[in-house]
Design a binder for this molecule. Structure first.
Ligand code: FES
Length: 61
């Protein structure tokens, strides 16, 4: 399933970027290109960051 239509990036690719160290939407974009177009997928990318790093979501709250 695509997370980012603009860059044709799948959810598994975004999760992989996060697991390799991306901690924010910008670093996910740098790693795989997701979120670098229209921006409509940024909320979904943020959700995936929260899912992969729940401690970061808690720290930011
Ligand atoms: S859908 Fe991701 S930047 Fe447009």
């Amino acid at each position: 399933m695509y997370v980012c239509i603009c860059a044709r990036v799948r959810e598994c690719e975004v999760r992989s970027a996060i697991q390799r160290g991306a901690r924010c939407e910008d670093s996910v974009g740098d790693a795989c290109g997701a979120g670098t177009g229209c921006g409509s997928c940024l909320d979904r990318i943020a959700d995936l960051i929260d899912e992969e790093h729940p401690a970061l979501a808690t720290a930011a709250a």
